[in-house]
Design a protein around this ligand. Structure first.
Ligand code: ADP
Ligand code: MG
Length: 258
């Protein structure tokens, strides 16, 4: 039997290919040009933090990667596959892209355990017992396994957000998107969520994180992307970006948040 790859050895082209790739992506809302020629490659295991003023297009960028928004032109690929427009292929791709929002969006009338277990049962046809077992393990990982039988409203905001992270992880995503995951939280709960995210980053998860939490960026990010007016204005390592921003827009922005 012949094979053109050696078992156990990485396939170079595949290992080097970006996991998430955006090429010349444009998006308008009416006359408003919210994403302007966005080009962005995110490698496997890379953690990218996206920052920028309100209205600069950060959420739209995340939503486009998950196809919660359509794009006008350009190309988005996940693991080499173009984002499908709809149907089963889209559902399958969405499972590869976990998303955590500012508002936790848990199912209010389902238990914490069901919130995490239901996605795999519905989308991946995982057997209920197995899905629940996986869900418990994930709840343990994010430190809320003792809340499994409660309803979301019985948990603190920080706990609910950690459940939302567990729920996204239950689908075994290839990449996790976080859109300002701590900005709706009381200050004392921010760190418990950021710590969970730092652990995830250290375990090698590919992550795109919209956040202004510089502590997180410094600890976990490989790269910071600064957006303004729908464009990527500059990108650098966190150290470089926070100590030596290049553009006036970035300097101005950092002056306001630091
Ligand atoms: P950010 O997350 O950086 O604050 P957004 O991506 O949410 O920015 O929004 C970018 C711009 O697009 C803003 O001016 C916003 O008002 C506008 N926008 C976002 N969503 C919609 C929508 N569904 N319809 C019309 N305009 C929108
Ligand atoms: Mg936003």
């Amino acid at each position: 039997m012949t094979s053109d790859t050696t078992p156990g050895q990485p396939v170079p082209e595949k290992a080097a290919a970006p996991l998430v790739s955006l090429k010349n992506v444009n998006k308008h809302f009416g006359d408003l040009h919210v994403l302007r020629d966005i080009n962005l490659d995110v490698s496997r295991g890379e953690v990218v933090v996206v920052i920028g003023p309100s209205g600069s297009g950060k959420s739209t960028l995340c939503r486009a990667i998950n196809r919660l928004e359509t794009i006008d032109d350009g190309e988005i690929t996940i693991d080499g596959k173009l984002l499908p427009a709809e149907g089963k292929a889209l559902a399958k791709l969405r499972a590869d892209v976990g998303m955590v929002f500012q508002s936790f969006n848990l199912f209010a009338h389902k238990s914490i355990l069901d919130n995490v277990a239901l996605g795999p049962v519905k989308v991946k046809k995982t057997k209920s017992a197995e899905a629940k077992e996986n869900a418990m393990a994930l709840l343990k990982r994010v430190g809320v396994d003792n809340q499994a039988n409660k309803l979301p409203a019985q948990l603190s905001g920080g706990q609910q957000q950690r459940v939302a992270i567990a729920r996204a992880l239950a689908m075994k995503p290839k990449v996790m998107l976080f859109d300002e995951p701590t900005s709706a939280l009381d200050p004392e709960m921010i760190n418990e969520v950021l710590d969970t995210m730092v652990e995830l980053a250290q375990e090698g998860m590919t992550m795109i994180v919209v956040t202004h939490e510089m502590g997180f960026a410094r600890k976990a990010a490989d790269r910071v992307i600064f957006m303004a007016d729908g464009q990527i204005v500059e990108q650098a390592t966190p150290e470089e970006f926070f100590t030596n921003p290049k553009s006036d827009r970035a300097k101005d922005f950092l002056g306001k948040i630091l």
